[in-house]
Design a protein around this ligand. Sequence first.
Ligand SMILES: [Zn+2]
Length: 134
Amino acid sequence: MFEELKEEDFSLIQKAKDIIKANYDSQNYRHTVGCALRCADGEIYLGVNVYLAHGACAEMIAMGTAITAGKREFECIVAIGGNNSDIIYSPCGNCRQMLMDYCPECYVIINTHEGVKKTKAKNLIPFAYETPFN
Ligand SMILES: [Zn+2]
């Protein structure tokens, strides 16, 4: 279920770290998570969360930006947060469903009991509701 990271995955993690470090809002906790999304063509899109109770997650912003640019195939996604921008966040339930709807085969980088690994989005939401879009 879990796979080892490749060099390009570590690079993706660094891009997520960089984007949240550049935008972290410690005063209002509005932007505390950064996300990097690698598309099938290798292009990378970034996002930071926009706070609203349970608002727009960084993953949603990154994916929405990629979709706005015409991208439809996604290869790997990672979200980073924390004061020192060094914690890999697993996607929340909403984002897991979004990933299931848009790209069940997309890899998601997460922390596991055996360290940082990646797994396909569909593995993070077993027995998921499936939309007619897939
Ligand atoms: Zn989320």
